[in-house]
Design a protein around this ligand. Structure first.
Ligand SMILES: [Zn+2]
Length: 466
């Protein structure tokens, strides 16, 4: 990979890290205001630690004349330290009072998952680990209190979905919960178990873990659209300097093996391209492939790289592609959601978001409405046609201006697209010297976007319930 492509990957990761850190600063201000709370000293310490963790990156940007390769090497090293500090600081947010999950996040999942939400009946919490999880609370409690079984039926479950604290007011981040809901639905419908039986996959193998992840990803993309996998990619970039993203993760006692995010992105992209008849994730995939290649080149010797590329494409064909095709064949109407994300609608939403307008609802395109007004004027203004006919025509014209709530999948996807656009612009325009300043401005733009996303979602959910 050339130095410029490597730098673009690192700056993308830096932008996500700067953004998540900025959100932690905002969270601290919200839950522990500087004046009048006993938590203020803790919040101050955490804020200072975050600022200090970033300061070395600011210093690097002031060092002029570094050769490109050396700049990339130093930036990667500093980003690694920053990402590690960020993850640790995020863990300690548990000591502060929780802002709680916003009701819109719950409304979003209820509206997109419908009867599945009722069946799973999840508790949604903010967690201090920087990741999204789902777990069965009653099982967790049962491990430390075996006597609990005497008073609870064995099939009683408490599904908990956990969103990272720093994403507490970012609907684009909430979309990651759809994947966790996907796991819960898979457990009810036993989708991965059936596919495993069909393909003779051993339940104790890492391949079975991968199959379960693909099931959750496909179900999430069915219910909530491309935003679910984009939220996962965003989390991946944030901790990119710490991870070997070119290999599936190892299986441990506590954690199943995870397929590479690149495979997951490809599986979802293929699924959604077939569903929408348009490939919305191609660009994200291209850029993420750069991150995958940079990881390969960073951790593997040159002679191993070709072998690993070969192994990766074989594994993708034998496992990921075969598994996802088997999953898709078993998607009954109960497990699919007939929403459509239309290209024209996406473009109009993006234009509105670029202007800073919310996108909760959408009516007919402006040009069509202008045409209808012209037609009305030509027919009725100054003409002898008056009375009931004119009133009726006017009422019909007014009705054309009504806006209907936008599909939530389109709403979330457009906000995620706009976020990606803002980050890409900032990364592409940044030089080695000015990226920290550009990312400061980016943080503000992303915060405004988050608040537009929240207000769009609030309006949308309100209109749906009226
Ligand atoms: Zn998962």
């Amino acid at each position: 990979m050339d130095h410029a492509s490597q730098r673009a990957v690192l700056l993308r990761s830096a932008a996500e890290l700067f953004c998540r850190s900025y959100r932690v600063h905002q969270y601290l201000e919200k839950v522990a205001p500087a004046v009048g709370t006993e938590y203020a000293p803790l919040a101050k310490t955490l804020a200072e630690a975050l600022t200090e963790a970033r300061s070395n990156i600011d210093t690097l940007s002031h060092r002029s004349g570094l050769p490109e390769g050396e700049f990339n090497r130093q930036l990667l090293d500093l980003l690694g330290r920053y990402a590690s500090a960020f993850a640790n600081i995020h863990e300690t947010l548990i000591y502060l009072p929780s802002a709680g999950v916003r009701p819109e996040a719950i409304g979003l999942l209820k509206a997109t998952f419908g009867k599945h939400y009722q069946a799973v009946d999840p508790s949604i919490i903010l967690g201090s680990a920087f990741n999204a999880f789902h777990f069965d609370f009653s099982k967790t409690l049962g491990r430390v209190l075996p006597d609990l079984k005497k008073i609870r039926l064995p099939d009683q479950k408490n599904t908990v979905l956990q969103n990272p604290i720093c994403d507490w007011q970012s609907p684009i981040g909430w979309a990651v919960l759809a994947h966790e809901m996907g796991h819960a639905i898979d457990r009810i419908y036993e989708l991965s178990r059936q596919v495993a039986r069909e393909l003779s996959i051993d339940g104790a193998s890492p391949q079975y873990d991968w199959l379960r992840e693909f099931c959750a990803d496909i179900l999430a993309s069915e219910m909530i659209g491309p935003a679910a996998i984009l939220a996962i990619v965003s989390i991946e970039y944030t901790l990119y300097p710490l991870r070997r993203i070119h290999k599936p993760s190892e299986r441990t006692d506590k954690r199943p093996s995870h397929p590479t995010t690149l495979w997951r992105l490809r599986v979802v992209a293929e699924h959604l391209a077939a569903k929408y008849s348009i490939d919305y994730l191609g660009d994200t995939l291209d850029r993420y492939e750069d991150a995958w290649n940079a990881s390969l080149e960073r951790f593997e010797t040159p002679e191993n790289q070709d072998i690993m590329r070969h192994v990766d494409s074989l594994q993708y064909a034998i496992c990921a592609k075969r598994f996802s095709e088997a999953i898709r064949k078993r998607l009954t109407s109960e497990l699919t959601n007939p929403h459509l994300i239309a290209e024209a609608s996406v473009e109009r939403c993006l234009q509105r978001l670029r202007r800073g307008d919310p996108i909760g609802a959408q009516g007919r395109p402006r040009e069509e409405l202008q045409k209808l007004i012209t037609e009305y004027r030509e027919k009725y203004e100054g003409s002898s046609r008056q009375g009931p006919e004119k009133i009726q025509a006017f009422e019909k014209l007014v009705a054309e201006f009504r806006e209907a709530p936008l599909g939530l999948q389109t709403l979330l996807f457009c906000c995620a697209l706009r976020r990606d656009e803002l980050i890409r612009e900032a990364v592409d325009r940044s030089s080695s010297a000015d990226f920290p300043i550009r990312f400061e401005n980016l943080n503000e733009s992303l915060t405004v976007l988050d608040s537009r996303a929240v207000s769009s979602l609030t309006g949308n959910l309100t209109q749906r319930t009226l």
